[in-house]
Design a binder for this molecule. Structure first.
Ligand SMILES: Cc1cc2nc3c(=O)[nH]c(=O)nc-3n(C[C@H](O)[C@H](O)[C@H](O)COP(=O)(O)OP(=O)(O)OC[C@H]3O[C@@H](n4cnc5c(N)ncnc54)[C@H](O)[C@@H]3O)c2cc1C
Length: 457
């Protein structure tokens, strides 16, 4: 059986940053990063050829070295205003310190250009306030999909060259106590003995985290879920915002239900993408930094937040079932509907879609999202689109496209033993899988923070 001091499960930004920092702080430590998916340079999504998801067993978009962020737009939040609650856990000063550390490391390995930093903007914030919208504002660094990829590949190479082992196609099924340490068991038949475990399995590892917590009596808090649609329209409609702050993130309290709806994950000149989460196909989006790869469109998510109360405690399953319904109607694909058709109570069909002025960047199934989304969620989304139309006229155009569904689950939030994010002795959890982070900067920061805790022990 292989033996290491520290096993890191998951090779996304959280796991990689933890590995990088542990090597710096504990040069003699033996470290292995085990990843369910493929090497970064072998991660190929078949949908890139024909824009249709073919349901791979392990999704190359969300799994593999560099994690869910590998093909992302590489928007790096330089603060704690959104993208997770690490600021609440550690205090903003400490969290920001660690976010800056991640940024420094990424700058070191970003060899393909200097990313642009977009600063917050008072004028736009005021315009939003005057229309009952709240613009979430902080400085954001934009790497772009291509620079982000190069940076992550350079970082992975550096970690490997430093003596840390990185293994792909190591899907961890369980961790068991053994003597003073643990054994991690993998579906490929391998087992690794170790002292410390860092669980860095991201959103795609939610089931792994919950079964670990159940097996070890770690309490889990039920978080909220966000569910809604990916919205696509002509890029020019949001250019006033995107040229000044790059990524508008806007909150709206809906009139009918007084629910919180948010517009976020904005991609200027971007593409809508499909993502396979354990066989459920959902919408997402990204964009390239290179001008020649830009489209005429922009896209963003509008998600309605739902926090369930007693006795219901399966928010993830709820969101998955809604997405499954969209896949059922869409014949194993995401649905797309024109906003004008939705408002008129009719489905979008191929003919109407072919006449649309906004050309879809994802081959989704033309249909009717009102047959999928519950009334409350749909009402929230429609109201939010009209509210956004006041600050970016054209958002509520008939030809605006809505792709359903998109959802973000943060439902598993284990209770930690201490401020080191330890679940049980020497087993730590970081990144999106901890229920705390929702972005690259905080996931990376949590990885470095936990590495420091281990190194100081
Ligand atoms: C399309 C897309 C675009 C995004 N764009 C941005 C953006 O621009 N800016 C931003 O800040 N955030 C963005 N995000 C979110 C960001 O990617 C995540 O917040 C971040 O990747 C979380 O890092 P992580 O290391 O915690 O988890 P992940 O990056 O999800 O990595 C976890 C890894 O663990 C592996 N894994 C899971 N279970 C197991 C197991 N049992 N055994 C072994 N390995 C396992 C997975 O395969 C995965 O590679 C985007 C996400 C997506 C999907």
């Amino acid at each position: 059986m292989k033996k290491f001091d520290t096993v890191i499960i998951g090779g996304g930004i959280g796991g990689l940053m933890a590995a990088y920092r542990l090597r710096q702080k504990s040069p003699d430590m033996t470290i292995i990063v085990t990843e369910r998916g493929n090497e970064l340079n072998r991660r190929v999504c078949p949908a890139s050829k024909n824009n249709t998801c073919v349901h791979c067993k392990v999704c190359s978009i969300t799994s593999g070295f560099a994690g869910a962020g590998a093909f992302s737009d590489g928007k790096f939040n330089l603060g704690t205003a959104y993208g997770g609650t690490l600021g609440e856990e550690l205090g903003d000063d400490v969290a920001n310190l660690y976010i800056n550390e991640v940024d420094k490391i990424l700058v070191e390995y970003c060899t393909s250009g200097v990313p642009k930093v977009y600063e917050s903007n008072d004028e736009l914030r005021l315009k939003c306030i005057q229309n009952n919208l709240r613009l979430l504002d902080m400085n954001v660094k934009h790497l772009g999909t291509d620079n982000n990829y190069v940076t992550m590949q350079n970082l992975i190479n550096a970690i490997r060259e430093s003596g840390t082992e990185l293994c792909s196609f190591y899907d961890c099924e369980k961790i068991e106590k053994s003597g003073d340490g643990y054994v991690a068991y993998y579906t490929n038949g391998e087992a690794i003995e170790c002292k410390n475990v860092i669980i860095a399995t991201g959103r795609s590892g939610a089931n792994f985290v919950s079964s670990f917590c159940r097996a070890n009596d770690v309490k889990m808090r039920s978080n909220h879920i966000d569910i809604g649609v990916r919205v696509e329209m002509k890029d020019i409609i949001w250019r006033e915002f995107s040229s000044k702050i790059y990524e508008p993130k806007i909150l709206y309290k809906t009139k009918t239900f007084e629910d919180r709806c948010r517009m976020f994950c904005f991609n200027q000149g971007g593409l809508v993408s499909a993502e396979n989460n354990h066989g459920i196909i959902t919408a997402n989006g990204h964009s390239y930094a290179q001008p020649e790869k830009k489209t005429d469109n922009c896209n963003f998510a509008i998600l309605s937040s739902i926090r369930f109360t007693e006795p219901f405690n399966q928010p993830t399953e709820y969101a998955e079932n809604i997405s499954r319904l969209a896949n059922m109607i869409g014949k194993n694909n995401v649905l797309v509907q024109r906003f004008g058709d939705l408002i008129r109570g009719r489905r979008t069909n191929e003919h109407r879609l072919s006449q649309n002025t906004v050309i879809p960047t994802l081959k989704a199934t033309a249909g009717d999202i009102s047959l999928v989304l519950p009334h409350r969620i749909l009402t929230n989304i429609i109201e939010t689109i009209y509210a956004l139309d006041k600050v970016a006229p054209g958002t509520a155009n008939d030809d605006t496209l809505l792709y359903g569904c998109e959802s973000k689950y943060y439902s598993i939030r284990p209770e930690f033993m201490n401020k080191n994010f330890e679940l049980i002795d020497n087993v730590y959890i970081i990144g999106d899988g901890s229920g705390i982070c929702r972005g690259l900067s905080q996931s990376g920061a949590m990885g470095i923070y936990v590495a420091d805790c281990i190194a100081q022990k």
